[in-house]
Ligand binder design. Structure first.
Ligand SMILES: Nc1ncnc2c1ncn2[C@@H]1O[C@H](COP(=O)(O)OP(=O)(O)OP(=O)(O)O)[C@@H](O)[C@H]1O
Ligand SMILES: [Mg+2]
Length: 335
């Protein structure tokens, strides 16, 4: 097995994987969960993506309850499903008063709690309860890994604990989608606890996943500063799907792609270049199933996994590049 990538070295309890659509967040999160579980850790992999495909990657159905991955001792997964979370949230509010209030009133409260705001708050409640663990739901796990939706959604999710804490403190805005504001103090404490956990690098690491192209690198640069601004300072970069250095003069197309990627990497902004960085190579297969995931952090060259501020841009000969490119499936990585 290859050495641990930097972002998996002494990982804190919570690790978030974020980045532009299709860069490999789910693949990196699943491969990380697998690696930690195989190292003897108890790991919970949580998807906060409404369009989660974590179940598909492991070949099982997960959903909104913590589900053990049978083939991997120590690994469990959970998909936060926004609609199911919203239904449960509504039931927590409406259930206790059903039969006590007139039907018309129940219908009106239910209606008020059926919009997109409630859906968002409900998923977010589930997410914050994982961070603060009021019911000891995740106490038995050494690590909780979050595979997230593409950047915008995730930034919003991570900013919400702070926004809601402020909102509840100052009573600004329209809270009708929250339902009756009972138990507010408990919620306040939970959101404040979540803010604390997110901004503590001893507890939370943010892994910014990109591909070696300008758009994906620019996106993680923005995310880096937006999330540093709310105190998430424990940040790492993973550049995924990097083409290994081609053997000289074998394949002009591969050489051109390689050079373009290396130029994009070299031109990444200073803020990103200063973060601990790992490169993960492009693989000939899609990252579905345990065999593929087990190989994701393997390298064909000696430079593909590099730590520190210089992600190993030196060319290394003898990479079996032609085989690699030939083997890539037509339906392969989408970017
Ligand atoms: N290093 C790699 N080599 C080859 N294929 C890869 C690599 N990393 C990811 N892939 C493939 O690229 C595709 C996109 O990866 P993945 O689903 O992990 O991205 P994502 O960032 O989670 O996407 P989304 O934003 O849609 O959730 C998948 O088909 C995956 O198998
Ligand atoms: Mg994904």
């Amino acid at each position: 097995m290859a050495a641990d990538p930097t972002f998996l070295t002494a990982p804190p309890r919570f690790v978030f994987f974020t980045g532009k659509g299709g860069v490999g967040k789910t693949s990196i999160a699943c491969a990380s969960a697998l690696r930690l579980a195989r190292a003897g850790k108890k790991v919970l992999l949580v998807s906060t993506d409404p369009a989660s495909n974590v179940g598909q990657v492991f070949g099982l159905s997960i959903g909104n309850t913590i589900t053990e991955v049978p083939a991997v001792p120590g690994l469990s997964a959970l998909e936060i499903d926004p609609e199911q979370a919203a239904a449960a949230y509504r039931e927590r509010i409406v259930g206790p008063v059903r039969g006590l209030l007139p039907d018309a009133e129940i219908a009106s409260i239910t209606e008020q709690l059926s919009g997109s705001c409630t859906t968002e708050v409900a998923s977010f409640d589930e997410f914050t309860s994982l961070l603060t663990d009021p019911d000891d739901q995740v106490a038995g796990f050494d690590h909780v890994l979050f595979d997230t939706a593409p950047t915008g959604h995730t930034i919003r999710l991570l900013q919400l604990p702070g926004n809601w804490t402020e909102f509840l403190d100052h009573g600004k805005g329209d809270a009708s989608c929250l339902g009756p504001l009972a138990g507010l103090d408990k919620q306040k404490a939970m959101y404040a606890g979540a803010v604390e956990a997110l901004s503590d690098p001893e507890r939370t690491r943010l892994v910014l996943v990109a591909r070696a192209n300008r758009a994906a690198l620019a996106e993680i640069a923005r995310t880096h500063s937006e999330l540093a601004a709310i105190g998430m300072t424990g940040q790492h970069v993973v550049v995924n799907g990097v083409l290994p250095a081609p053997a000289e003069d074998t394949d002009p197309l591969a050489t051109a792609v390689y050079q373009r990627e290396q130029a994009a990497l070299a031109g990444r902004g200073a803020a990103i270049a200063a973060l601990p960085t790992d490169l993960v190579e492009l693989k000939p297969v899609n990252m579905v199933g345990l065999d593929a995931l087990s190989t994701l952090f393997d390298t064909t060259t000696t430079t593909a996994m590099t730590t520190g501020t210089d992600p190993g841009l030196a060319a290394v000969a003898d990479a079996p590049l032609a085989d690699l490119v030939d083997a890539i499936e037509p339906t392969g990585p989408d970017w």
